[in-house]
Ligand binder design. Structure first.
Ligand code: EPZ
Length: 420
């Protein structure tokens, strides 16, 4: 078993670079299967979820070459013929559900077992299914396996999402690219990776407009071809390093970011008293003496993202005063709070609300990475805490952060991975 060991209290300084966005690339790989040709995806992070999605694409018959030293994926989707994802593979990543939209679009049928991934309470895909059905597909769910088929073709329609779901927006967009006629997705998600996926699809021959607004218009096309695309920087990885720098940074520059994608966080950190300066494609962050408590609610983009909630709560554990946090996206995303309490944090969490009372300092302890972003939060906690913190269940962290220990070590963190 691997463990991460962190000696806390060492200030961070220097440049730290952000990799390509996980939540974009896990959609770009299935998107590549819409083409009858070769796509090249650049700036692909070396993380476990990429390998899972690559394995599924290969299971479906695509030929995939991951040149990890160049962070490049070459996907030849021409030989792909199969339309069924195995249960074992689908269970390894939440994003396996994107093969539903991609296979339905290209072949008119898809069989995908209900996906795995982090557990924040119920993670239904009813909005995805409603979207496929509105486009004319027949969708059945039998023993947790979703089968979507269309007799002839999909037909463009108006689809309203009850919630701006990231997954449903992308999945419907994938299927609608090949539908006959025009589709509108209303109340669509606006996250930066929605735009990234739309840009890739357009480069492949799709006709999508309005990504990043609440209404996405897709004019169906008969054929799609391979394309070359570079993945946008990972907004959540960038935010994780900004929060680490705010907590223990002397002077850290987070490089390869799109500052506009980080405004929700920049604003909150400045409110807390942290010094934040935006550059062209970088953000410089320096910790302050006595960070102030703040309140925040997670909401879909451009609001404060749920995927940075655990990291921000971790920083708030030492902010002076009382902070109130509301989780507005998932109904069970405070599981990690018990781990922070082991380090001496004073947090009361119930349902979708948490109240944090700042304490003077955290003290190292053994904690678990209960999910991907909770794992990132434990790393920040370990950097902040006095003494030694040991983190277990690292497989969650490895799903989504490329070389996180190496990157943090290079700016002064005392962090290592040990095998036991
Ligand atoms: C994506 O999950 C991300 N995952 C999540 O990041 C992220 O937390 C989430 O978006 C919100 O930003 C990937 O991109 C692979 P949603 P997704 O559909 O698409 C409800 C991480 O740490 N809902 O936007 O599954 C749902 O229950 C991961 O990187 C329905 O009710 O999230 C939730 O309350 C964790 N029915 C809300 O919408 C549906 O059919 C948002 O879900 C779909 C969603």
């Amino acid at each position: 078993m691997q463990k991460m060991v962190i000696e806390g209290g060492y200030p961070l300084s220097g440049n730290i670079s952000v990799s390509g966005a996980k939540n974009s690339v896990v959609a770009l790989i299935p998107a590549a299967l819409l083409a009858n040709g070769v796509s090249v995806i650049e700036n692909v992070p070396d993380i476990r979820d990429v390998y899972v999605m690559k394995d599924i694409a290969e299971e479906l018959g695509a030929v995939v070459d991951y040149k990890k030293n160049e962070n490049m994926l070459i996907i030849n989707a021409a030989p792909a013929r199969k339309t069924k994802v195995s249960e074992e593979k689908a269970g390894r990543a939440r994003a396996s559900y994107y093969f539903l939209g991609a296979l339905l679009g290209r072949f008119g049928k898809a069989t995908v077992p209900m996906p795995g991934g982090c557990n924040f309470g119920g993670r239904p895909i009813d909005l995805h299914i409603k979207g496929f059905e509105t486009l004319g597909a027949t969708v059945t769910e039998d023993e947790d396996v979703v089968v979507a088929t269309t007799k002839d073709t999909l037909f463009g329609q108006e689809i309203y999402l009850d919630f701006p779901s990231v997954g449903a927006t992308i999945n419907i967009m994938l299927a609608a690219c090949r539908a006959e006629g025009r589709t509108f997705i209303r109340n669509a998600a606006c996250e930066p990776h929605i735009v990234d996926v739309a840009n890739f699809l357009n480069a492949m021959g799709a006709r999508i407009t309005g990504a990043a607004t609440g209404t996405i218009r897709i004019d169906g096309v008969d054929e799609m071809h391979g394309a070359v695309h570079s993945v946008i920087p990972d907004q959540i990885e960038a935010g994780t390093y900004m929060i680490a720098a705010a907590a223990v940074g002397k002077d850290v520059t987070v490089c390869n970011v799109i500052p506009r994608h980080m405004e929700f966080l920049t604003d909150k950190l400045i409110q807390m008293g942290v010094k934040v300066e935006e550059g062209g494609d970088s953000i410089r962050v320096s910790a302050c003496e006595n960070p102030k408590a703040i309140n925040f609610t997670t909401t879909p983009y451009p609001g404060f993202p749920t995927d940075l909630q655990p990291q921000m709560v971790t920083f708030l554990t030492v902010a002076k005063g009382e902070s109130k946090v509301r989780e507005g996206v998932w109904n069970n995303r405070f599981q990690y709070v018990d781990e922070l309490k082991l380090l001496g944090a004073d947090i009361f969490a119930e349902g979708q609300n948490a109240t944090v009372h700042g304490v003077p300092f955290l003290t190292g302890a053994q904690v678990r990475a209960t999910d991907l972003r909770a794992g990132a939060a434990m790393i920040i906690a370990g950097l902040m805490a006095k003494g030694k913190t040991v983190i277990t269940e690292l497989e969650h962290i490895d799903r989504g952060y490329e070389g996180i220990e190496e990157k943090l070590r290079a700016i002064g963190a005392h962090i290592q991975r040990i095998e036991e």
